[in-house]
Design a protein around this ligand. Structure first.
Ligand code: ADP
Ligand code: MG
Length: 296
């Protein structure tokens, strides 16, 4: 008979990584989320080879103490649980405390961080989540996380990655989501040494102008603003005459997190009712829905 064994944390981290981290863009999503959660005003993103070789996110958030930085690499560690009185709210916001551990388990990760209270910063390096080395460094406020050689130790996953160009496109998409949901933050994105976007705080409309190549988008938008006892809806939708050939430029955010929702999509198309049926196109929209998590 086979014996029941307990899986090592090395194995369980890799399993979790398989669920949370699909590709470089998912790493970027998790890291930007963490930077935003840390109260950052400026977020700088660097990628090499579609993020497969290297991803670096530098923020000016509240940083981590040495103890917290070491803990953050372990699974189910989070500093965010006391922000919520219910577990449901916590998980809805994706605070599961496993992103960083998952990313670390399938890459060579380097963290530089400092809190405003600490004099020195801390540098941590781990390979596949193990052999953690550390040293004190001089560092400004905030955190830099570098993810090298993603999936280097999970060959099947590595092989599954698309070419750099296609991974790059996904990354631009993710950065675009965040920049739309957080127009009040600075974002800069570098691909190799090429600067792709440098966004300073603006309103949504200016952001749309800056991050879409098509300048005519912002000239064809209608502002939406609606307040209900349960939810608030804000954003822009395109006029019926202005359509896109795909559904790619439809951005729906629930409490600033990007979501896909068929019911909402259906409602929006219904709103256009007969006006859209004249052409084959799809509306462009950016809608931000704010709702308390117990009302989902
Ligand atoms: P979660 O975001 O669900 O808490 P993560 O694994 O993404 O879990 O991060 C673990 C913890 O590491 C966070 O709760 C936070 O305390 C800390 N952390 C991660 N990234 C940053 C950052 N950029 N700045 C400050 N703290 C961070
Ligand atoms: Mg997180």
């Amino acid at each position: 008979m086979k014996k029941v064994i307990r899986l090592s944390s090395d194995v369980t981290n890799k399993i979790a990584a398989g669920e949370v981290i699909e590709r470089p863009a998912s790493v970027i999503k998790e890291l930007i989320e963490n930077s935003i959660d840390a109260g950052s005003g400026k977020i700088e993103i660097h990628i090499t080879e579609g993020g497969k070789e290297k991803i670096q996110i530098i923020d000016d958030g509240h940083g981590m103490s040495r103890e917290d930085a070491l803990l953050s690499l372990e699974r189910f560690t989070t500093s965010k649980i006391n922000q919520f009185d219910d577990l449901e709210g916590l998980s809805t916001f994706g605070f599961r405390g496993e992103a960083l551990a998952s990313i670390a388990s399938v890459s060579i990760i380097e963290i530089k961080t400092k809190t405003p209270e600490d004099k020195e910063g801390i540098f941590l390096r781990a390979e596949g989540g193990k052999n953690v080395s550390e040293k004190e460094i001089s560092w400004h406020r905030g955190t830099s996380i570098t993810v090298n050689s993603l999936f280097y130790n999970t060959p099947a996953r590595r092989k599954f990655q698309k070419n750099a160009q296609s991974e790059t496109r996904q990354i631009y998409r993710v950065v675009r989501y965040f920049s739309l949901a957080y127009p009040d933050l600075h974002f800069s994105l570098y691909n190799g040494d090429k600067l792709i976007w440098k966004l300073t705080p603006a309103n949504i409309k200016k952001r749309i102008d800056e991050i879409f190549d098509n300048r005519s988008i912002s000239e064809n938008l209608i502002e939406v603003s609606y307040t209900d006892p349960v939810f608030k809806l804000n954003g822009y939708i395109s006029v019926p005459e202005f359509t896109r050939s795909t559904r790619n430029d439809q951005y729906l955010f629930l409490n600033k997190r990007f979501i896909k929702n068929r019911t909402a999509d259906h409602g929006i198309y219904q709103g256009y009712s007969t006006t859209l049926s004249h052409g084959p196109g799809h509306p462009f929209y950016i809608l931000l829905l704010e709702m308390p998590s117990d009302k989902f």
